[in-house]
Design a protein around this ligand. Structure first.
Ligand SMILES: [Zn+2]
Length: 495
């Protein structure tokens, strides 16, 4: 063998190794990993095309948004409504700061808001007004009525100021949280338009499935975690541009930080990304594992998570919060005295991908429906990952005892299924909407057995995936699967 041949062999090996490495690096995870859209026609849902430019010096952004709105109601619409949630953050007194004003340091509060500058259709300006509590509703009057099944492309421009709030929306020292940050169409259901304000209690959101194309411009050193699938990120000069696609998702949220590092995992068809702020290898590994285990178990028991991407984001935030394909997890859970609840928080927010994300519900009117199922999903996860003994202990410690102790402190009544405005505080909301609602699901488990409960959850998921379901829909599935009248159980636990 001569030297030249050796060189050629070496070169060939090197090329193979490089191609091999390249392959490792570029596994493509599709935006949607399944073709079964549960009878949803992806061309007949709202489409949001948003271009946003974030100014991290001023803590502002400008948005250009093309919303293709489709009239899926059974009547002609002469007007449309959008939630413009950033206006809820104008003043410290009214801002939806989680867990009340004592929850965070709001002494130096600088308010946030959204200014709508333009609303047009085919370059013609439309009449609009800003309405509702805290000016969180954009009311658009159409020039021509929008017939049933007809589409309309509405263009908007807006300027937004971010508040100093380590909340769903706002910024802290290291992260900028962008939940509920753009105008999103209000839901029109059998009761008409849902124009509820941004309550300070609960997760006061209700939305329809849509498709998203979002272009985000940030500083070149900024890392963005988001809903959907990041298709590309390009740096030009001082600016970085992200192109992101989301299909059949209920909302779109993102978090920006110059301090983010990314770790990756994979479970079945989904890539899991952990965006973290501090080096802590064991917590990074643990967080990815919790995400993988949750998705694996819920895929098997409820039905498949249909997206190729899931991001767990360590951020400055008082608790955990779910958005489609992305969850905000407070940085405090990754270290110090709260780190023992990290697992619970990640599992809970991941379960919301099924109960809220895929099967939607009106969280303003029936918050128990997603929170009760999600809280009980923590028990299912514990059972499956840590075994029935630990599952039983989890149920006792976190749900049964919590409910027994908590119910003595209920101020008004013990009704679970009621709108947010009828709860007096986070205390009774927590005991009723999370704990007592999970007790209801547990009673179904005790009465009919685990197999039957899983059949109910699977059937409910299959029937309502990508839609919004109601309490009545859930109860109907329970009754059909078990062939039993649920009236007494419902009265006992929900009213
Ligand atoms: Zn929850």
């Amino acid at each position: 063998m001569n030297k030249k041949l050796n060189y050629l062999i070496l070169l060939t090996i090197l090329i193979f190794v490089l191609i091999g490495c390249e392959k490792e690096e570029t596994i493509i995870f599709d935006t949607l990993t399944e073709k079964n859209f549960n009878k949803v026609d992806p061309d007949k849902i709202n489409h949001y095309n948003i271009e946003v430019k974030l100014d991290e010096e001023q803590m502002t952004y400008t948005g250009k948004q093309w919303t293709t709105y489709i009239n899926n109601t059974d009547r002609t619409l002469g007007e449309l409504y959008f939630h413009i949630y950033p206006n809820a953050f104008k003043t410290k007194e009214n801002a939806p700061i989680l867990f009340g004003k004592d929850g965070g340091d709001t002494s130096q509060y600088i308010g946030g808001n959204i200014d709508i500058n333009k609303v047009t259709v085919d370059n013609l300006e439309l009449d609009y007004s800003i309405e509702g509590e805290d000016n969180t509703i954009l009311h658009i009057k159409l020039k021509e009525p929008l017939l049933k099944n007809q589409k309309l492309k509405i263009y908007m421009e807006y300027n937004v100021k971010l508040p100093t709030a380590k909340e769903r929306f706002g910024y802290g020292d290291r992260t900028i949280n962008l939940g509920n940050w753009y105008p999103i169409a209000c839901v029109y259901d059998e009761k008409g338009w849902n124009l509820e304000p941004y309550y300070t209690l609960g997760d006061p959101f209700y939305s329809d499935i849509g498709n998203y194309d979002v272009k985000i411009h940030t500083h070149k050193d900024t890392v963005v975690a988001s809903s959907g699938n990041i298709l590309s990120e390009k740096v030009e000069g001082d600016e970085k541009t992200y192109e992101i696609e989301g299909k059949l998702i209920r909302d779109f949220a993102w978090v920006a930080s110059k301090d983010f590092k990314i770790a990756r995992g994979k479970i079945e068809n989904t890539q899991i990304k952990l965006y973290y702020l501090d080096e802590n290898p064991s917590m990074v590994k643990k967080s990815i594992k919790i995400g993988e285990d949750s998705i694996r178990i819920f895929n098997r028991i409820f039905g498949d998570y249909p997206y190729g991407h899931y991001s767990i984001v360590m951020t400055e935030f008082p608790t955990g919060m779910e958005y489609p394909g992305i969850v905000f997890i407070g940085e405090q859970y990754f270290k110090g005295k709260f780190k023992d609840v990290l697992e619970q928080i990640i599992v809970h927010e991941t379960a919301h991908q099924w109960w809220y994300g895929l099967v939607g519900s009106n969280q303003v009117k029936e918050a128990w429906l997603d929170e009760g199922l999600t809280t009980y999903s923590e028990v299912i996860y514990t059972n499956e990952v840590h075994g029935p003994k630990k599952g039983k202990k989890y149920l006792t410690d976190n749900i049964k005892i919590g409910y027994e102790l908590g119910k003595n402190y209920l101020l008004e009544d013990d009704i679970v299924n009621k709108p947010l405005k009828d709860f007096s505080s986070w205390d009774d909301y927590g005991i009723l909407v999370y704990t007592k609602a999970a007790m209801f699901i547990n009673e179904i488990n005790d009465k009919f057995g685990e197999d039957m409960l899983y059949r109910i959850l699977r059937e409910y998921f299959k029937e309502y995936k990508y839609y919004n379901a109601t309490t009545d829909d859930f109860i109907k599935v329970c009754e059909e699967v078990t062939n039993t009248d649920f009236h007494d159980l419902v009265q006992k636990w929900l009213y």
